[in-house]
Write a protein that binds this ligand. Sequence first.
Ligand code: SAH
Ligand code: ZN
Length: 689
Amino acid sequence: MKTFCGRANPTTGSMEWLEEGEDYDYHQEIARSRYADMLHDKDRNVKYYQGIRAAVSRVKERGEKAIVLDIGTGTGLLSMMAASAGADFCYAIEVFKPMANAAVKIVEKNGFSDKIKVINKHSTEVTVGPDGDMQCRANILVTELFDTELIGEGALPTYEHAHKYLVQEGCEAVPHRATVYVQLVESRRMWSWKKLFPVHVEAEDGEKILVPPSEMENCPGLPSVCDIQLNQMPSSDFSTLSDVVKMFSVDFSKPVQSASTCYRVQLEPVKSGKAQIVLSWWDIDMDPSGMINCSMAPYWVKPTSALQWRDHWMQCVYFLPREEPVLQGEKLSLTACRDEYSVWYNLQKARADEEEQKADVCVGSPVCRCRAHLLWNRPRFGELNDQSRTRQYIKSLRKVLKTDSICLCISDGSLLPVLAHYLGAKQVQCMQPSRIDLYHPHKLMAGTNNLEDKIKIIEARPELLKPSHLEDKKISVLVGEPFFTTSLLPWHNLYFWYARTAVSSHLASNVTVLPQSASLHMMIVEFQDLWRIRSPCGICEGFDVRTMDDMIKDSLNFRESKEAEPHPLWEYPCKSLSEPQEVLTFDFTKTVPEHCLSTEGSVKLLRKGKSHGAVLWMEYHLTADISVSTGLMQLSNEKGNCEWNPHCKQGVYFFSSVIESEILSDPTAVEYAMNFDTKTGEIAMDFKL
Ligand code: SAH
Ligand code: ZN
């Protein structure tokens, strides 16, 4: 069997379908999975174990046999916990074949083969009866089917089905219940992920302001969840307008309904402000008493308790359809609506007529009407709203543009064409090569800003550009951010260089290219926590899960050369162990060379710490003296704390073994080799520790 995998080609900016062997998909799935992170989640594991022991004891006390149904067994961990706690038999259901196979091996290795039956099925396909998968219905239901939004992985329909067909009435459930919490906040930073703020442009002939149209202002945006490591959001970046409120609970020991519904709570703001965002997280009580509680609450909720770091469960940011000014003490009601898989929120000023209100609070899930939310994702909104970044672009555009400039912009969803127009370029054209079907920002903003017909859209790919597209003129200024929606890793935006190469014959002899060059930077770091996602677990709560570790390792090594992976490092603190180093440069004033660009060198470890990996990012040199970084923004030198660009993902290359540097007098060096293959646009790298 062959599978086809879609991947953007960074030399053409477009999607290509590559034929891959049958193993490819599952290796990707395993290598990038959250299994390692879950096995490292000590708090979760300990509490599941406590809850399972308590449930088994309760059933035994009633004089019944303990028959466990573990839906989504993964490594088999929760079933092994149940068997150790004295369960008579466990049915361990796992839909993902490679995992079910691994579970069989792990169960066997730990000596539980006679107590645990692994069934490679989706739970809704499982049969009960003398000839069925299960001999009889279970009286203990154990699952871990939750995502950051709680229900996004289909926990509700799975529970609904299990209660109807697979477990006894009055069964015990671990977890017993889940509760979703919310807090109303005002946050310019988070609001900037949903809304475009007016853009101020200081031009020769006075200040011009680009104002988003009202459809954009009032658009509810997209239904997809925004999950982040809220613990990395400094308290100065938001202001809490309400206490933490329980929004809704689900009791997993009773029949569960997955059909769409709404929940409503009354709120009184503790402070006046602009209600924009609902922050949300959940906790699970492993037993009915609520004594064994596993919580995703962020740092400010219970400042005294130790936080467990985890990446498989984070916190959610929900954007209210509209910003709502609220007064301290005012009566508000907050509605959570959900379907089977997702949740969204609405805020209303409380009114006398409760019933009437009830009728109009259950609104459908958000649908973008303004199209901007289809054009820009949340980090991209944040980037476009970053005023200091915009200022760098304006400053450099002002340096290179002249009134008779013929300007072509190549970037996806960029505001540069509008800026160039405001700054007086005579003729501005734009191209969105990697997604020709995308809307153009100036079109979305045309009405309010009088932009209709000011900027010409070229609906061709760079290699198909013809003199007629440019009215037979030569381009005097070629600009790009560069940003392309198909880029996964930082250097994929070098597609700008390929596009520049493709349009070479249309460039004036004295053309200015902005950015004039780019550079790849690298630094060795010690992660505070992110290392866990790629680190073997060994023994988990007394169970040997090394089979899983080996499986992940095999999948990571499936391709001979390991790859860097994208991570937004503002969410994953790390400490620099070396100086940042420029490793490769790319000259946009010239065309992409035929040969590869390679470099080798060594970097000294200057600080005590564990070298978990290298971080890589791009910097763009807009003009000789103006640069923007998509990676490191600041480095505090005593401790090595890093501040990362909050809108971009950086490349992370995890070392296969970790070295600990101790001494500063004789610093250890890490040797590296990088190769930018101009044929593929990919960077291969190798490190020797
Ligand atoms: N129970 C393990 C793994 C949890 S991850 C642990 O706690 O460590 C959840 C697993 O459930 C995944 O492997 C996924 O493939 C599986 N899964 C999700 N829904 C399922 C369903 N309805 N039936 C069977 N497996 C399911
Ligand atoms: Zn929209």
